[in-house]
Write a protein that binds this ligand. Structure first.
Ligand code: SF4
Length: 434
């Protein structure tokens, strides 16, 4: 089959020389950004649908945008760029639906003290992003004597009253996805992986790894409905977990909680007690250079607030950030964990509310956004921020391979998009200087 544009080669395989079809590097880059953004948005939309939230306009856009990535349909930078931004706008709507779906089903979030480690007895570890699966499992394990733990991006489940009402949701175990091979080996009970990011399992735990629906890895058992009896039976047979507490932590600073404190926070900013806000989070990863985020966060001054979300939080949450005093409220943690990566919706709501209170634009706020980069969902979130015209975001630890130099230059010129530097202290200083 030959390309109907250059008549030289098969569709989208080697038309670099002509620059006519979808293999033009910049066109290809925009199509890939769009595809990755759509994939990220689709995963959020899937979670939202499971909570009963759908939007026909989003669905229609997904069809249109996917159509535009067919190799010989769209060779126009301008219209592709507009689709990329529209993907960001639609992703905001999807994250809004997901947020509303979580709150409707699991109740109004609130901060809570969460146990980390394991408690003596049988246990099941739940990882991924799908809280409906967690809810179903909690119902089915009630009264069995089996404890349930969150892992990775499931940690924010503890902020929802209709999930933490289950006494056997005893706590959280482990960190970000890239540590799961070690952590799943150590956790002696079954592991239920509800979504990305799950790794192909080691031999030593693959027979006690279960996945749900679209999530599937070789060697594990894939469940296609909400019957978790196989997981429960496995938990009864597995070696019980030891009594091994690690620490207690405070989680659950959903945007509604932060906005509930908005007048006190605004007063603290006006009084000079809070000088700057940082949003540090996103998708964590294993490659070198990610200590940038830990070092950047650790260096933030004591009169600043650090918001975090996504599994990027695991890079920074072991640091003791201390508290900050709000008049009429008392001390609140300086590090506020807002939730999963999709709770970027909440971070945007907080930024918009602050901008309104200070009668300025989001770009005029003393706010610095530092996003760690890895996964398609991070692409969707970045597109949302760009579509909202948020400028000066730092991403890292490296530029995504699918963004061509020319497209990155456009993003730099239009949005002042920056890469994380080599020196987090210097970047922090620059951020504080505004
Ligand atoms: S935040 Fe990103 S990298 Fe982390 S688990 Fe979620 S999708 Fe995966």
């Amino acid at each position: 089959m030959f390309c109907n544009q250059c008549e030289q080669t098969a569709h989208g395989t080697a038309c670099v020389d002509t620059g006519v079809c979808g293999k033009d590097p910049d066109m290809q880059s925009l199509q890939e950004i769009l595809l990755y953004g759509l994939k990220g948005m689709a995963s959020y939309a899937h979670h939202a649908r499971r909570l009963g939230m759908v939007d026909e306009e989003v669905n229609a856009f997904m069809e249109e945008a996917l159509f535009a990535t067919v190799t010989n349909v769209n060779f126009d930078m301008g219209s592709l760029f507009e689709l990329v931004l529209e993907c960001g706008r639609k992703n905001l709507r999807v994250m809004e639906m997901l947020d509303a779906g979580h709150v409707k089903r699991f109740g109004a979030p609130s901060p809570t003290t969460m146990f980390e480690g394991t408690k003596a007895g049988p246990g099941i570890l739940v990882t991924g992003h799908d809280m409906v699966d967690l809810d179903d499992l909690l119902k089915q394990t009630e009264g069995t004597g089996i404890n349930v733990y969150t892992h990775g991006e499931m940690m924010p489940a503890h902020m929802y009253p209709e999930l933490r009402k289950y006494k056997h949701l005893v706590g959280h175990f482990g960190g970000a996805w890239q540590k799961q091979k070690t952590e799943f080996t150590k956790f002696t009970g079954p592991v239920l992986a509800t979504t990305n990011c799950v790794l192909i399992p080691r031999e030593d735990y693959k027979d006690r790894l279960f996945t749900t629906r679209v999530t599937a890895v070789p060697g594990a058992t894939r469940l296609t409905n909400n019957d978790f009896s196989a997981v429960i039976e496995c938990a009864k047979k597995c070696r019980p977990l030891p009594d091994a507490p690690v620490k207690e932590s405070t989680v659950g600073f959903h945007h509604s909680v932060i906005l509930g404190l908005a007048d006190k926070i605004i007063a603290a900013v006006k009084a000079g007690k809070i000088k700057h806000f940082f949003l540090i989070g996103g998708c964590d990863g294993a490659e070198p250079g990610r200590n940038y985020f830990s070092d950047f966060a650790a260096g933030t001054p004591k009169d600043t607030i650090v918001l975090t979300l996504g599994c990027g939080k695991y890079r920074i949450r072991d640091n003791d950030f201390g508290t900050i005093e709000l008049d009429g409220v008392g001390p609140i943690p300086r590090l506020l964990d807002m939730g999963q990566c999709n709770d970027s919706f909440g971070a945007i709501q907080v930024a918009v509310a602050l901008a309104k209170a200070f009668d300025c634009g989001v770009n005029d706020l003393p706010l610095t956004i530092v996003l760690s980069w890895f996964e398609q969902k991070a692409v969707a979130v970045l597109l949302t921020l760009l579509a909202l015209d948020v400028k000066g975001i730092r991403i890292g630890p490296a530029a995504p391979a699918f963004i061509s130099p020319a497209v990155f230059k456009i993003l730099q010129d239009k949005y002042d998009l920056k890469l994380t530097g080599k020196d987090p202290a210097a970047d922090l200083q620059a951020a504080m200087a505004g």
